[in-house]
Design a protein around this ligand. Structure first.
Ligand code: HEC
Ligand code: HEC
Ligand code: HEC
Length: 504
């Protein structure tokens, strides 16, 4: 009996220990998966690998490049259609070298040049998480179909040799800025949008984070320059922008940045957002020549903030009251004029005087970075497409005016808000420029534009060289044959002669 009791309690103890062990293994797994989900958010795999209907990781989204559209594949946990059969090493190969398990080279539309710097630990966590996402058992409808010579994937090994690992971060970063650097350069791949490209479509590190074109949008200069970049933003303001897609009534994240905030940055910890900010402040300042006034002017911003809370009914201020506060005002008369367009289409939300109702998320146009920028692209982008996303704090969104206003009217209202509220002395956008921005066409590097011609020329030269070589070889062979004949003839003549001599 005592024996049995002992045995039973022994078994119970063993069972208990075993279940504690499995529970803690499960805890470890779930915390690894949770960490992996954080990394998936930080790296924003979803942004590109989403299906056209919004299905997570289903693939099918075209990433547009000057060489043509490159389709992001299915990376769900489906064994047949996704990456369910990947090993950890397979995923590491894709992220670090842009090479699939079968050895196919990927195009850098998949940002492996950035992910390459991810730590083993982060890749392991990401791998654990990706294994748990629902399987999508279908192929994306669209397929990548680039023209010659871009369809030769082997060329990417030359591209990799030319372009990878060329950026060296500033030396002596403190821990916070170093975390920020890791985030900006590797997880968040901010440079894929904010660093312009060189002739080979690699990052132009001389212009690191200096701003780059993105179809109809422009990723702004986010170096520490005070006029063109984010030098005058406080770290808290930057962190606020990453969380809410809005900063102190002065900046809103629209277009691709709206997506980055919505899908990724709003989920980051406050520490990570502040780390990004701290690092951006250490990035060598670059100036954009055209940018004469600071994109962000803390003085105007402070005046706006001081108006709170009375700012809500912006249109209720009298001209005198507004002028008293040193803010710019304007009178609106003719409905067909630029100011008339503004009153009809914008003032209900942004206020007659452009102060908006920022407390309720109707952006202030006075002091707005998009309006103060010398580059009109993001303003046109916002007017055509609106602001479709918000960050962690839900708020009002802005409707797009594509189809409601023609491109001439868009140009006209853009000129109005730039000069009235954006601090520009003059703005002369016209319908053609709006057409051009809307088309998303951006300058194609000369090398890319002429690559097909150069490739065909190269092939023609190669064919000529080979043909020349064959001809030369054939001629030489013929000549050798003839010489050999000739030699034989002379030799036999000599022989005859010798014979004659001995006979004679
Ligand atoms: C900016 C868009 C973008 C982001 C962000 C992105 N990818 Fe990709 N990815 C692509 C594109 C485009 C391709 C296809 C490239 C090609 O065809 O050469 C691709 C290919 C892949 C492949 C290869 C699949 C195969 O076997 O063919 C894997 C795996 C992959 N991505 C995983 C990821 C993971 C994991 C993340 C997040 C850490 C991620 N991607 C983030 C665009 C992106
Ligand atoms: C997919 C492209 C893309 C990615 C990735 C991206 N950005 Fe942006 N970013 C943009 C665009 C476009 C804007 C302009 C948005 C606007 O004006 O509404 C912008 C705006 C900004 C601004 C505001 C600048 C200003 O003057 O208003 C900051 C700061 C910024 N990005 C930082 C970052 C950081 C840090 C990362 C990486 C964690 C990042 N971005 C990743 C495209 C991108
Ligand atoms: C229905 C309300 C509404 C109307 C009408 C409207 N807007 Fe907006 N607008 C908004 C809201 C809300 C935001 C801020 C969006 C956010 O940050 O989520 C905004 C943001 C903006 C921004 C800042 C975008 C950025 O990226 O920094 C500009 C510039 C702007 N609006 C200009 C205009 C102009 C010009 C018109 C008239 C043609 C107009 N808006 C009409 C609601 C509106």
């Amino acid at each position: 009996m005592r024996h049995h009791l002992l045995l039973a309690s022994g078994l119970l103890l063993a069972g208990g220990l075993a279940s504690v062990a499995t529970a803690s293994a499960a805890d470890k797994d779930s915390s690894l998966i949770e960490q992996g989900q954080y990394i998936a958010r930080a790296t924003d795999c979803m942004a590109c690998h989403v299906g056209p209907d919004g299905t997570e990781f289903a693939g099918g989204k075209p990433i547009s490049t000057p060489m043509g559209d490159i389709i992001a594949p299915n990376i769900s946990s489906s064994g047949e259609y996704g990456i369910g059969n990947y090993s950890l090493e397979d995923l590491t190969g894709v992220l670090r070298n842009g090479k699939t398990p079968s050895g196919t080279h990927l195009y850098p539309a998949m940002p492996y040049p950035s992910y390459r710097g991810m730590t083993d630990e982060d890749i392991k966590a990401l791998y654990a998480y990706l294994q748990t996402v629902p399987a999508v058992d279908r192929k994306p409808k669209a397929e990548t179909d680039l023209d010659f010579p871009f369809n030769i994937r082997l060329l990417m090994s030359f591209w990799n040799a030319q372009n990878l690992d060329r950026y060296e971060p500033p030396k002596g970063l403190d821990d916070q800025a170093a975390r920020g650097q890791y985030f900006v350069d590797h997880l968040g791949h901010c440079g894929t949008c904010h660093t312009p490209r060189n002739d080979l479509m690699g990052s132009d590190y001389d212009q690191y984070l200096g701003g780059g074109p993105l179809g109809p949008w422009q990723a702004p200069n986010i170096t520490s320059n005070e006029t063109s970049g984010i030098g005058l933003w406080s770290n808290e303001q930057l962190a606020e922008y990453f969380q809410n897609g809005q900063m102190s009534y002065a900046a809103q994240a629209a277009g691709p940045m709206g997506e980055a905030v919505h899908d990724s940055l709003q989920y980051m910890s406050k520490d990570d957002r502040l780390a990004i900010a701290a690092y951006l402040k250490t990035v060598p300042a670059l100036a954009n020549e055209d940018q004469q006034q600071p994109v962000f002017d803390p003085e105007i911003n402070q005046r706006l903030l001081n108006l709170e809370p009375r700012i809500t009914p912006a249109t209720n201020y009298s001209q005198d009251e507004l002028e008293e506060r040193g803010l710019k005002t304007s009178a609106i008369e003719d409905p067909d004029s630029p100011s008339g367009l503004y009153v009809q289409h914008c003032a209900s939300c942004h206020g007659q005087e452009g102060y908006g109702q920022p407390v309720s998320h109707y952006a202030s146009l006075v002091g707005n970075t998009t309006l103060r920028s010398a580059d009109p692209r993001n303003l046109v982008g916002v007017l055509l497409n609106g602001v479709a996303y918000h960050g962690a704090t839900p708020g009002a969104l802005m409707p797009g005016f594509e189809g409601k206003l023609d491109n001439g009217q868009i140009a006209s209202v853009a000129n109005y808000v730039r000069t009235e509220f954006g601090g520009h002395a003059d703005s002369a956008l016209d319908a053609d420029q709006v057409d051009h921005i809307a088309s998303g066409k951006q300058p194609v590097p000369t090398l890319i534009r002429y690559a097909p011609l150069l490739a065909w020329l190269g092939i023609a030269v190669l064919v000529l060289l080979i043909a020349g070589g064959v001809w030369w070889w054939w001629r030489r062979r013929n000549r050798n044959d003839r010489d050999a004949h000739h030699d034989n003839d002379t030799r036999s003549n000599d022989a005859n002669r010798n014979e004659a001599r001995t006979n004679g």
